[in-house]
Structure formats: C-alpha cells, structure tokens
Design a binder for this molecule. Structure first.
Ligand code: 2NL
Length: 350
C-alpha cells in the first residue's frame, strides 16, 4: 500500500514539475526538450510506469488511469504552449519581416551577345542561305598552309616577322605561324574534299601590327570559296551583291575595283555606296561616298593545281572580309578597340 501511495505522489509531483517547466519555456527548442525529458520513450513517465509491475494487481488500474491522465494533461499543456509560441513567432515575423509591396522592382541585368558574335552570326546566316557550309580549322599553322599553298612567293613581305607571328623562329623544322587569314582552312578543305565546293571559313586571324583605332593584332575574318565547273566572275558579283544587300538591309550600289592577291587572278576590291550618306560623302566614308568592304577574285589556277584539282575542269571564286570592319561600318563604331575593352557601357548597346 505504501508503494501505491508513493507512486501516486510521485505522479502528482511529476505533473507539477513538468507543467511548471512547460509554462516557463520560451522557445520551441525548450518545449521539445521538455517533452522528450518527461514524455519521451526514455522519459521520466515511462520510468515511473515501469514500477507498476511491483505493485498489487488490484491497484494497477487506478495508478494506470492516473498515469494516463497525467500524460494527457501534460500533452494538452505542451500543445497549448506550442500554439502560444507559434503565435508569438508569427507576430514577431509580421513585425520584423514587413514587405513594402509598393517598392519598385529591381531590374535584372541581362547579358548581351557580343557585337562581333552577332555580326559573325549574321554573315554566316546569309551565306548559309546561299548554300555555303561553314568550315573551321587550326589557328596555329605551318608556313605551308598559311603561305606556300596559297601561291605566296618565298620573298613576299607578308611572310616577314614584322607582319606574321612565328611561334618557332630560329628552330629546326617547318616554320609555324599564327594564321594571318582563314585561307589556310580553304587549303585544308581543297586538300580533303573533292569539288564541287561551296564553303565559308569564319575565325580568328593574327597579324603583327601596332594597335590603333583601325588595327588590332587579332581580328576575325570570314572567307568564302566556291569551286565548280564553268564558274563566272558574274556569279561572284551576284553572290557578293546579294550578301551586301542582306547585310546592310537595303540595296546599295557596288563597284569592283582591280586589286591584287597572290591567290586570286584576277582580283578585285568590292566597294559599296556608303550606307550612312547614300554616297554623298560623310565622316564614315571619308567624304568619298564609297566604302571598301572586302576582297575577292577568281582562284588562281596555280593554287588549284598545287592541291591536285585540275584547272582544266574546275575553276572558282573566293572572297575574304574582316568581321570587325563590317561591324564597325554597320554600327558606326569608330575604334576597333571598343570590341576588346569589354566595357559594359559599350557592350550593352548591342
Ligand atoms: C581580304 C581579301 C581574300 C581570298 C581572300 C582565297 C583563298 C584561297 C584561294 C583564293 Cl584558298 N582566295 N581567299 C581571296 C580573295 C580575297 O581576302 O581583303 N580579306 C580581308
């Protein structure tokens, strides 16, 4: 009997202590800890109930009921305290985390496609629409692909170190250069693909030049090559006139002026009427009314022969243009260095 009374008192004392702890708790972590301590699997109440086995059978239901009641009471208290703390937390959040929905939004800065990439893409797209396939090749080349196969004589000034970057000067083996035009890729294409060929050759090229508003030691070219039977200079003119019309978005007068390149014969420079002043003369065209846009010509039979293409059967035309120059003319950019300074105030205009 004393055991029963002791147990009853223990339970009542237990309820008192636990209730007080819960009432005093001020944080979620605290009430969770209290719940574990008193009501959990390894908690105090479980300990007390283990002692039930030591009391008389007829007393067990009474103590059991009391224990259950204590447990229910404490769980109710726990929930009540939890609700109170939840509420308190919500109030605090509402106070401190106020959002002013009338504030203007912060605009996300979007990146832009670089103007040179845009220009390159436009040029490629135009030639793609005429059936030309883009071909890529290495930027480091042997002298053979960069000069010899292109009919450059051994003493041609372009071969000079003043003009071309050599990577292995004074060392044994064939000279290795940074390509100074993408014509080297045309050589590789004619070496491996049987005619007919209709391809363009976009990419970076390198020339050993002093940097100024118009020159940069690395720039981009798109060259083009068509090899077929009975190709005419008229087809070259038609192809390039169509290109100019699409690139500038309006029909412009063009003229072909005789020029010279080692790899074409005859060769020509293609000028267009200045799109800024419609030919009347302005700053962009240096008051000439005309812009020099690109070089072109009939592929020299020597070049074809050197690559085992029979010039009695095949002939063709080729052209080359500077991407920076075309981008500057289209967008009115007056200094090539803008393309490489990466100043967002320039880049975000495109
Ligand atoms: C220019 C002139 C040109 C070519 C490039 C070429 C390539 C081979 C054979 C014949 Cl493999 N021609 N390319 C032809 C004429 C002009 O470029 O002023 N580029 C910026």
């Amino acid at each position: 009997m004393t055991q029963v009374i002791e147990l009853e008192q223990q339970l009542i004392e237990f309820e008192r202590t636990a209730s007080k702890s819960l009432a005093d708790a001020n944080a979620h972590a605290q009430i969770e800890a209290i719940r574990q301590e008193f009501l959990g699997q390894k908690g105090a109440l479980t300990g007390i109930l283990r002692a039930l086995s030591q009391i008389e059978k007829e007393d067990r239901p009474r103590i059991g009921q009391l224990a259950n009641k204590v447990k229910e009471n404490l769980e109710a208290l726990y929930l009540e305290r939890k609700t109170f703390l939840d509420q308190q937390e919500l109030e605090r959040k509402l106070q401190t985390e106020k959002i002013d929905v009338t504030l203007p939004g912060r605009a996300k800065k979007l990146g832009h496609i670089h103007p040179l990439t845009q220009t390159l893409n436009e040029i490629e797209q135009i030639f793609l629409s005429m059936g030309f396939t883009p071909m890529l090749g290495p930027e480091v080349e042997t002298e053979y692909y960069n000069f010899d196969a292109l009919n450059f004589p051994p003493d041609h000034p372009s071969r000079d170190e003043q003009d071309t970057f050599y990577t292995n000067i004074d060392r044994a083996g064939p000279a290795v250069v940074l390509r100074c035009h993408t014509s080297s890729v045309q050589v590789r294409t004619m070496e491996t693909c049987a005619p007919p060929i209709r391809a363009i050759f976009p990419g970076r090229v390198y020339r050993n030049e002093e940097i100024n508003a118009r020159k940069f030691p690395m720039f981009h070219q798109v060259e083009g090559l068509l090899v077929d039977r009975d190709v005419t200079f008229g087809q070259l003119k038609g192809t390039l006139n169509h290109f100019i019309r699409l690139y500038f978005g309006k029909p412009l007068k063009t003229r072909f002026r005789p020029d010279f390149f080692p790899f074409t014969e005859p060769s020509a420079e293609l000028d267009s009427e200045c799109p800024f002043c419609n030919g009347s003369g302005c700053r962009t065209c240096g008051n000439k009314g005309w812009l020099e846009l690109l070089g072109c010509g009939t592929v020299d039979p020597n070049v074809l022969k050197g690559l085992n293409i029979d010039p009695e059967i095949w002939n063709g035309f080729a052209f080359g243009m500077g991407v920076e120059r075309l981008a500057m003319l289209k967008y009115g950019v007056t200094d090539i260095r803008h393309f490489y300074n990466n100043d967002v105030r320039f880049l975000e205009q495109f």
